[in-house]
Design a protein around this ligand. Sequence first.
Ligand SMILES: Cc1ncc(COP(=O)(O)O)c(C=O)c1O
Length: 395
Amino acid sequence: MTFDFDKPIDRRNTNSYKWDIPERHMGCSDVLGMWTADMDFQSPAPMLDVLQKRLDHGVLGYTIRGQRYYDIIQDWLQRRYGWELEKDAIHFCPPGVIPAVCMLIEVLTKPGDAVFAFMPNYDSLYGAADSMGRRLVTVPLLFTPQGDPQCSDWHMDLEAFEKAAVENDIHLALFCSPHNPVGRVWTMPELQAFADICKRHDIFVISDEVHCDIVRPGVRHIPMGSVPGMEELSATLMSPNKSFNVAGLMTASVFIRNHDVMADFRKKLSSWAMTLDTVFGTLAVEELYSDPACEEWLDQVNAYLTANLEYAAEYINRNVPGVVTYVPEGTYLLWLDFSGTPYRDGALCEHLVKDCGLDLCDGREFDPSKDDHMRLNCACTRATLEEAMRRLQIL
Ligand SMILES: Cc1ncc(COP(=O)(O)O)c(C=O)c1O
């Protein structure tokens, strides 16, 4: 089966977060939504059919996840990541990955405790430390350009991480894997070296792996909970949200092998009366993770996204003076460096919206110091991306 990702679908006036927030557009109309991380494609048809059938049933009462959900998750993790996980290490976490991160922060630390994150980082992930009243301690990722636009040159500064851990008495780290916004898919030696530090200093890791299924050909994502030695020292969070473009279904899963942490997490969910799932979320996960046609859709969308990213990166590096980027190993997001242009701070966003009609993510969301970076979402039709490239001008 071949899926048609070129099919144009107008998302305006559908309460789309990406396309329908007019205040982001500074009074301009005809702005292309290239910011928040969802895709402009229809989800796999077999899943839409399953949801339609449930809708036809017509009774949409309180919903649980049954044995089928656990079987399918176990099978998915084994098939995709070679990760054998027992049923009692699996829990669903409505309404999404970030609410679960917030609850785990509450479970694992006290107000005022230090929580670690590398920067730049996804704003809602590192921001969760602050919003839960913890003290965020950050270390910059290292950028060591080798001059190869096919290669992402971001690395963890592990020496600085260990120093910060000791100095700040850190026992919890927020980890993004694959990394948003720089697009790294961490390798086993990198994860192992990070894990060694965590083990030495008893640092529990909350690993946000929401982008885990969107990777370039030949690149392999490794779940944190499967890294030797991290079984008891991590919570791994995944969801079909990015992979199959179902963010609006608000569904996710968390994998915790540490029995005490899992017990406390369950208690926390229950104290917030979050013990039931959404009817469509449950059905979607089960169908998406078990139907070979959905996995085929995932392979094809990955191929389409890779072609989009390669096209846009090449176009920008060749044609947009002062802006550089590279093809990331994972995610469908390009991290653009505008430092060779005169634009800084709000002037960069203003130029892109008002002069170019492009709504990208401001780099400062990911790191307050990145006033010369923007994040471009390439999960759109090729026609939309080509239009965005035509519009991207440095005056
Ligand atoms: C790294 C990362 N984590 C989490 C999320 C949001 O996940 P959820 O909607 O499940 O909270 C996003 C969305 O862009 C993301 O990029």
